[in-house]
Design a protein around this ligand. Structure first.
Ligand SMILES: Cc1ncc(COP(=O)(O)O)c(C=O)c1O
Length: 426
């Protein structure tokens, strides 16, 4: 789509530009396979000599239209949809790391990603060092090794709501000749575009605000096209050296700025699967059409709820980056001046049981294993999403044992506050 359009227009119209007589609405290409007139043409597709569809495990036109919209929203050159946010983060890293490699990662990240990196990647021979993202550049740089291939962080951490200093992280990554990967799930490109601050690759759990209605698990990887793989060719042989499974083709030489996403599609999707279903991509696209409107309402409601909680004497502490009292207020103002998101982290006075009792007393707001959709919901990470972590790991991940994660939806703020108030008083 034309670069002059603003984000709201891209949300509504990006990715799909029908030709004369074609459907106005993005169709669901519910087909595993695609027909060609000659065997030779199909052979060229298998050799990556021609662009085109041949099997939905690698690519599908519905997915590609939605990926193009997300790439445009983020200001990237290309994107790929995955079956989940977990798959997106795994592929984003595995596309440039292999056994014997190392990655540096903020310790304040989503618990599932923490397990993926700290436990499962380790089994694949990829070592990850977790660092305090608030530490200074010198301190974080100490974690780097000669075999380090990437730096990773979340724009706003789930569930602690710590805001990442993206420029600082980008500087550290680039000083070590590696790309910065940022999980931008909570901010969405409506509120923050990490590429504008130096990030190289962005990932999403599209399950969250992008879908927005809690209907489809999904993920996305977006490449800025800015990282110069050739300048660090020895670090990234998978991108710069011949791929024997494609007759010795080298992605960086053949595809230039599209090398990273082409490799992820042609090699990782081919071998590992985890594509998003076209049906889910269609529903994701419906969500994206209203993302800009919903994010505004999430932020407005969350600000009102956060101010209410801050003033309530039964609340022990609160972290919402839109509050001046938040340690992350200044970073939020810098990176997300129009609003952060709808997620609030807070704790009640009293014991950990107080949190459970509060949650059980809510009436309209539901306890669900989810965050960042239209309906206000609540979760106690220490008992649910992060229950695999020890108390020390919880604290290192920015998750106080009493932390309640409140995901403020787009209902009327008065009703959300009224439900919270009756539950606190219970
Ligand atoms: C920031 C973040 N990244 C990644 C994920 C994983 O995404 P999914 O649940 O779609 O696999 C989540 C899930 O909560 C998340 O919050």
């Amino acid at each position: 789509m034309n670069k002059k359009f603003k984000k709201g227009t891209v949300c509504v119209q990006g990715g799909w530009a029908p030709k004369n007589g074609e459907p106005r609405v993005l169709p669901i290409y519910q087909s595993t396979t695609f027909k060609y007139d000659s065997s030779e043409h199909m052979a060229r597709l298998f050799d990556l000599e021609d662009a085109g569809y041949f099997y939905t495990r690698l690519q599908n036109p519905t997915n590609d239209a939605v990926a193009a919209k997300i790439a445009e929203l983020e200001g990237g050159v290309a994107a790929m949809l995955t079956s989940s946010g977990q798959a997106a983060n795994f592929y984003a890293v595995f596309n440039i790391c292999e056994a014997g490699d190392h990655m540096v990662c903020s310790s304040t990240i989503y618990g599932g990603t923490f397990n993926l990196f700290g436990v499962t990647l380790k089994k694949l021979g990829i070592d990850v060092t977790f660092v305090d993202a608030d530490a200074n550049e010198e301190e974080i740089s100490k974690a780097f090794r000669p075999n380090t291939k990437a730096l990773f962080g979340e724009t706003m951490s789930n569930p602690g709501m710590n805001v990442l200093d993206i420029e600082k992280f980008a500087r550290i990554a680039h000083n070590h000749g590696v790309p910065l990967i940022v999980d931008n799930t909570f901010a969405t490109p409506i509120n923050c575009r990490p590429f504008e601050w130096g990030a190289d690759i962005v990932t999403h759990s599209t399950t969250k605000y992008m879908d927005g209605h809690a209907t489809c698990v999904g993920g996305a990887i977006v490449d800025s096209g800015n990282f110069d793989w050739e300048a660090h060719a020895d670090k990234f042989p998978g991108l710069t050296q011949p791929d024997e499974s494609y007759h010795g083709l080298a992605y960086s030489k053949k595809f230039g700025k599209l090398a990273y996403i082409t490799k992820a599609t042609a090699q990782l999707m081919r071998d590992l699967g985890s594509i998003q279903s076209p049906q889910n991509a269609f529903l994701l696209n419906l969500g994206l059409e209203t993302l800009h409107l919903r994010m505004r309402q999430h932020c407005k409601n969350a600000q009102a709820v956060a101010e209410y909680l801050e003033a309530n004497d039964k609340v022990a502490w609160i972290n919402y980056p839109g509050l001046k009292s938040s340690k992350y207020y200044d970073l939020a103002q810098k990176y997300m001046p129009e609003g952060t998101c709808g997620v609030i982290a807070f704790g009640l006075k009293g014991s950990r049981e107080e949190a459970i009792h509060f949650m059980d007393s809510l009436k309209m707001i539901c306890i669900v294993t989810h965050v960042a959709d239209a309906r206000t919901c609540v979760l106690h990470p220490a008992s649910h999403t992060h229950r695999q972590l020890s108390d020390e790991q919880l604290i290192a991940a920015g998750v106080a044992p009493d932390l309640i994660r409140l995901s403020v939806g787009i209902e009327d703020a008065e009703d959300i506050i009224a439900d919270i108030e009756q539950a606190i008083n219970a």
